[in-house]
Design a protein around this ligand. Sequence first.
Ligand code: GLY
Ligand code: MN
Ligand code: MN
Length: 437
Amino acid sequence: MYSSHAERRRQLLSSIGNSLAVLPTAPQQLRNADTHHPYRADSYFLYLTGFHEPEAVLVLDGVRGKSVLFCRDKDAQRELWEGFCFGPQAAAEVFGFDEAYSLSELETRLCDWLPASEQLWWPLGRNNTFDQQVYGWLHSVRQQVRQGEQPPACYGDIYALLDEMRVVKDAQEIALLRRAGQISAAGHVQAMRSTRPGQYEYEVEAELLHSFVRQGARYPAYESIVAGGDNACTLHYCANNACLRDGDLLLIDAGCEWEGYAGDISRTFPVNGRFSGPQRDLYQIVLAAQLAAIATIKPGALWHEPGDAALQVLVQGMLDLKLLHGSVQGVIDSGAYRQFYMHGVGHFIGLDVHDVGARKLAGQWRRLQAGMCTTVEPGLYIHPDDKVPTAFHHIGIRIEDDVLVTANGNEVYTADVPKEIADIEALMAEGRQDAKP
Ligand code: GLY
Ligand code: MN
Ligand code: MN
């Protein structure tokens, strides 16, 4: 099960040569008093280990060619309260580390290994506490100068190496992302089927979360956005406490986390199950923009191409509906469209919902490659104070899917939630039919 993680460690070991890399997992975070937030391991650490326990550090020793885990000891008293913990021996066996030791041995062993290493890699400059710990180890080695020891002279940011690795997903990651996409999609379908006028936004959120958790995805990948009417014009609205009005649209942007991997889906649909004329007009523009963007996604396409394709369609639509005046190019050049569309078309997705990875390399837009995953999420947002026909007021629409770049094109792996108007209305009608006594 953890062979992909071992392969990633081998790959990193071979790229660091005779160097040492040190990667801590995330600290536990207090929520209040003595209660913690649910624990989530660090994404880089998960990528290389699959190990979910707090208080763990991965060391890759390039000189000896070994991957070494430092983790919590077995502790019957703590396990009585908090549950099972692997301990070094079982962790090494199950996760395939060459060696594993108690976290209490980290400093001594690192100070033994550091002098032979040409370079030290860690998440340099990301976390003050960990930086200070690393400086402490380097200082300890410098204290041994009379015994002929000295620390490496070169330092590097290990995230810079890992970001590039994480951009292209391997087969195991693709399987997990597809599963995150499927579970997220099922939650959206359930929300669509069950939404009714008079419900509160949080009731719809409960349908989503219920569906995620029932399938084993205990946590959403980010705070769910369940935004009725003009709440949808607040891009990261998450109060989710308003009553849903007959005649309004509902925008949901939500996804589950599955084995550390994120789903990220947005759908917008009518609270009462039927799109009005103005809602339909705006919705079709966003949908056409999304489909145009997705059509550009294939190996070799430049990162900005989906965004450019979506923008052309959105701006043409804004002109057709007389939200703006002028020419498509004029509106793009002036940036006037940002009154109604003020975010980018998408982002890499993976262990982080807004996943790592440079969009430009050496100052040039990067090309898409098979194995990359990105969202495609154009939108239109008409505030009540925008000087456009009132029929369009209070409408925020976003349609978002998660897309894998394949060898020949792309795969929309969140396609299980309908997005064509007729399909949404049919699903909502079916939900009402099924609910009848
Ligand atoms: N859910 C946040 C985003 O779509 O980027
Ligand atoms: Mn989203
Ligand atoms: Mn997104």
